[in-house]
Design a protein around this ligand. Structure first.
Ligand SMILES: *[C@@H]1O[C@H](CO)[C@@H](O)[C@H](O)[C@H]1NC(C)=O
Ligand SMILES: *[C@@H]1O[C@H](CO)[C@@H](O)[C@H](O)[C@H]1NC(C)=O
Ligand SMILES: *[C@@H]1O[C@H](CO)[C@@H](O)[C@H](O)[C@H]1NC(C)=O
Ligand SMILES: *[C@@H]1O[C@H](CO)[C@@H](O)[C@H](O)[C@H]1NC(C)=O
Ligand SMILES: *[C@@H]1O[C@H](CO)[C@@H](O)[C@H](O)[C@H]1NC(C)=O
Length: 598
């Protein structure tokens, strides 16, 4: 199935190359912390007009690590976080110094695109912990023109510091950050358009709609600032009162299950917080129109792909959370992606399962470069390729803290004072592995936490992820749950084995994990794996577990790393008959918390 998908991508870029006389241009807009689930896209009229109506909206697009820096590294490298080992926003596990020490500054999409003949430009936030002190040690590689927002001022909307092409940081005090980065992106676009001989890659990465704060000293985070011209908007907006909004019954595990319900003061603050986010996004919306009109005026629109996405999703009051991200619920991982360009159907909604891991290879294949060493594969850009044997899973991973934002935010345990001195009472033990898997037949989220707790949501029937089928409370729903006629006790070992493969996958094993488990059989999907003849094999797999909660990717604490492989010889002819002879074949105890299985 990998081959099929790859061939499709190659033939698309082949088609593209024929249809277009030269390599296409790419405009990439990357917002910060934008939600899909509170419907922020519906409040961006120009994005609707120029992108949603003219391009394809990917409704099942996911980030794989729900926090800025690790997610951006995943996006710009096409590699899973466990392979980049950039897993946090700060050193020692993440941030710009870690990006540099991992060799990523010289080996990521911008440098590859330059090698492919592109002029590349970037305006806005690149990484975290990319600061007024280290911006030149070394300077970020890969750009013909760049102007980066720098810490500790990145989130200080009216007090930005930026470095242009390596010059000492300039202060923009009093000016509105998303407008500044938009203007700079427009200037870079002008420059790119003057070089008719080379295709270009222009990125606008505004800080909106991230919360507002300064990473220096003790300062509360608060709603993002918006431009005065947008202050009158959305006065009646309220966060959708979905079933997971400040729920009476909490579904999550670990620190989440014990969160107190939010009171009216916090709810009112949260509604205004989201209104401010929508207002902050208006500056991005306006800049989209300006950028696209420039491309059109230059006669390049038919030769340009436009990508619009964000680094990670966002929650505000769902699951009783203060504003923030870092969690595995769809609010945090299922994010906007819209692509417009030659050969991409207009006004189309795609439900192909795609992830940030796929975007580097998508863009490179549009540029005519094929590489098969990525942890993702190109996303299907038209209806023909949509299902075409594409895998249906996304690997979700997270290490570290759950950090509350907003002035009421407090999760009690950890004082997050690493970084540059910003303090927040975060939740520790927010380290987990997740699997999101979606097809016509099922839609599931399965996770294993560093505390060894587990979750499974039947997202098809429980779209707001409130009923953990692995908790004692939901034993009766769990006992009725089936896929392809097989009960949960046989499904779960398959999901767990899949996570076991994915948590240390690399290259093709990330997109073809079933081949690792079944090197010489025809199993290519969850449904195939559910055949009863594989039951013994799956129940004999080591289980995903952690020996302790760590803040980063410490291999020794992450339990078993390798799955057993199915070989028909060993299992059909030796183990299964032997077990049956002993009469013990069907007595399985999976995890202590699931006593009802034995
Ligand atoms: C990831 O980086 C951290 C911090 O440098 C290091 O302690 C850890 O061993 C690394 N993990 C792996 C698997 O290389
Ligand atoms: C952009 O940078 C690349 C790589 O250094 C270089 O080959 C190319 O000539 C530059 N383009 C312009 C317009 O200077
Ligand atoms: C509401 O909750 C916040 C945060 O937990 C708390 O600080 C505040 O005192 C509460 N306000 C009221 C009116 O109960
Ligand atoms: C999780 O389970 C594994 C395997 O049973 C065990 O070795 C480990 O100590 C457990 N970890 C925690 C944090 O309880
Ligand atoms: C974190 O998990 C460990 C088990 O690994 C547990 O002992 C500890 O109490 C947990 N801490 C918090 C704050 O929940």
């Amino acid at each position: 199935m990998f081959l099929k998908a790859l061939t499709a991508a190659v033939s698309l870029s082949g088609l593209t190359q024929q249809a277009l006389a030269k390599q296409p241009n790419i405009l990439f807009v990357l917002t910060d912390d934008q939600d899909l689930h509170m419907h922020s896209l519906d409040y961006m009229p120009l994005l609707q007009k120029y992108l949603v109506k003219e391009g394809t909206l990917f409704l099942k697009h996911f980030c794989t690590v729900a926090i800025c820096c690790p997610s951006r590294v995943n996006l710009w490298t096409g590699r899973a976080a466990h392979n980049t080992n950039v897993t946090d926003v700060w050193p020692p596990y993440g941030g710009y110094p870690k990006v540099v020490s991992q060799g990523i500054n010289d080996n990521y999409l911008p440098t590859w695109l330059q090698d492919a003949g592109y002029n590349t430009y970037y305006s806005g936030k690149l990484w975290n912990a990319h600061s007024v002190d280290n911006y030149n040690a070394p300077y970020a590689s890969g750009f013909n023109g760049s102007d980066f927002l720098l810490d500790p001022y990145t989130y200080d909307y009216l007090n930005a510091y930026m470095t242009r092409n390596g010059a000492p940081p300039a202060s923009y005090i009093g000016q509105y950050s998303p407008d500044i980065t938009a203007a700079k992106a427009a200037t870079f676009l002008d420059e790119a358009l003057t070089h008719k001989d080379r295709p270009w890659f222009v990125v606008h990465a505004p800080v909106a709609p991230h919360s507002n704060f300064q990473l220096k000293g003790v300062q509360e985070s608060d709603a993002p600032r918006y431009a005065d011209r947008h202050a009158h908007l959305f006065k009646d907006y309220k966060i959708p009162r979905t079933e997971n909004f400040n729920p009476e019954k909490q579904g999550g595990v670990s620190w989440i299950k014990n969160l107190p319900r939010l009171n009216q003061t916090v709810i009112d603050y949260s509604d205004e917080f989201q209104r401010s986010r929508l207002r902050a996004l208006q500056a991005v919306d306006e800049s989209l129109e300006q950028l696209i009109q420039k491309i059109e005026n230059a006669g390049e629109l038919d030769n340009t792909y436009i990508f619009y996405t964000t680094d990670n999703g966002y929650h505000i009051s769902q699951y009783r959370f203060h504003p923030g991200k870092e969690c595995g619920f769809d609010t945090d991982i299922n994010i906007p992606l819209i692509v417009r360009g030659p050969g991409i159907p207009a006004g189309r909604i795609s439900t192909a399962v795609t992830a940030h891991t796929d975007l580097a290879s998508t863009i490179l294949s549009l540029a005519g470069v094929t590489r098969d060493d990525f942890d993702g594969i190109p996303i299907p850009l038209n209806a023909k390729e949509e299902r075409n044997g594409r895998h249906d899973h996304v690997t979700i991973e997270f290490w570290g803290l759950g950090i509350p934002e907003g002035k009421w935010g407090n999760y009690g345990d950890e004082n997050m004072e690493d970084g540059l001195g910003f303090e927040a009472h975060a939740a520790g033990n927010n380290t987990y592995k997740g699997l999101r898997i979606v097809s016509e037949e099922y839609s599931l989220y399965y996770s294993v936490w560093c505390t060894n707790e587990t979750e499974l949501y039947d997202v098809k029937n429980d779209p707001h992820q409130l009923r953990n089928l692995l908790s004692d409370e939901h034993v009766s729903s769990a006992s009725k749950f089936t896929i392809a006629g097989r009960p949960l006790k046989h499904i779960l070992p398959r999901l767990d084995a899949l996570v076991l493969v994915l948590k240390s996958c690399k290259g093709k094993t990330c997109t073809q994990p079933w081949k690792v488990l079944h090197p010489d059989s025809e199993v290519e999907s969850l449904i195939d794996s559910l055949k009863p003849r594989f039951d013994t094999f799956y129940h004999s797999q080591p289980k995903v577990s952690f020996s302790k909660c760590e803040r980063g990717y410490i291999k020794e604490s992450e339990g078993p790393l390798e799955a057993k492989q199915y070989t028909s010889d060993a299992f059909d002819t030796i183990i299964e008959p032997a077990l049956q002879k002993q009469g013990s074949a069907r007595s399985f105890q999976y995890r202590g918390q699931l006593g009802w299985w034995t």
